[in-house]
Design a protein around this ligand. Structure first.
Ligand SMILES: CC(C)(COP(=O)(O)OP(=O)(O)OC[C@H]1O[C@@H](n2cnc3c(N)ncnc32)[C@H](O)[C@@H]1OP(=O)(O)O)[C@@H](O)C(=O)NCCC(=O)NCCS
Length: 167
C-alpha cells in the first residue's frame, strides 16, 4: 500500500472527493438527479462552513470525512447538548481501498482536527443497516445514545445517533 496522507481539503480536491462520493453512493443519496456541476459548486461553498478532510494515496483522493458544529447541523428529536460538539456529516472510502483500516485512520484524524478546533466531543448518525459504518464508529469509541425514525432514511431503516466525548 502506498503511503497515505491526511489533510484539510481545498477546492483542488473537490473533483477527487466527488469521485469517491459517487463510488460509495453518497451523491445519489444526497443529491439525487442533480447535475455534477451544480453539486461541485455546492461542495465548494461547503468548504466555508464545515470541515472537509481527505485521505490521499500519492495525490489521489481515496477518502473524505466531513464534520461541522452540531448546533448548526444536527437535527434530532431528543434533547442533547450540542454546544461545543461536532457532528459528522459523512465519511467515505473508495471501494478499492475499503477494509484496509483507512476509514479508522480517517476517523482518528477527524477527531484530532475537531479537538484542535475546540470541540469537546462529537455526534454521528448512521443508518441502522450500515454495518460498516456502525462498526467503524464503535471501534473509534462512539456509543449509541438514541435510535429514531428519520425522513432521510428509507422506510424501516432507523437513524442511530452515536456520541463520543473527546476530553
Ligand atoms: C464505512 C466506511 C467508511 C468504512 O471504511 P473502511 O476503510 O472500509 O473501514 P476500516 O477498514 O477502517 O474498518 C473499520 C471496521 O469496520 C469493519 N468493516 C469495514 N467494512 C465492513 C463491512 N462492509 N461490513 C462489516 N464490517 C466492516 C472492519 O472490519 C473494521 O472492524 P474492526 O474494528 O473490528 O477491525 C466504508 O465502508 C464506506 O465508505 N462506506 C460507504 C459510505 C458510508 O456508508 N459512509 C458512512 C455513512 S456517511
Amino acid at each position: 500500500m502506498q503511503k497515505l496522507s491526511f489533510k484539510r481539503a481545498s477546492q483542488a480536491d473537490i473533483d477527487g472527493i466527488l469521485k469517491v462520493m459517487q463510488r460509495v453512493g453518497y451523491l445519489d443519496f444526497r443529491f439525487p438527479n442533480q447535475q455534477k456541476d451544480k453539486i461541485k459548486k455546492q461542495l465548494i461553498s461547503e468548504l466555508k462552513d464545515r470541515t472537509i478532510l481527505v485521505c490521499c494515496s500519492r495525490k489521489k483522493v481515496i477518502g473524505y470525512s466531513i464534520f461541522g458544529p452540531a448546533e448548526k447541523f444536527l437535527k434530532c428529536p431528543i434533547k442533547i447538548s450540542k454546544k461545543d460538539h461536532a457532528f459528522s456529516l459523512g465519511i467515505g472510502i473508495d471501494p478499492d481501498y475499503q477494509r484496509k483500516s483507512i476509514g479508522k485512520k480517517l476517523v482518528d484524524y477527524s477527531k484530532k482536527i475537531a479537538t484542535k478546533q475546540g470541540f469537546k466531543g462529537a455526534y454521528g448518525d448512521i443508518a441502522s443497516n450500515n454495518r460498516a459504518s456502525l462498526k467503524i464508529q464503535k471501534s473509534a469509541g462512539f456509543i449509541k445514545i438514541a435510535e429514531y425514525d428519520d425522513a432521510k432514511r428509507p422506510k424501516g431503516i432507523k437513524n442511530i445517533l452515536v456520541f463520543k466525548k473527546f476530553i
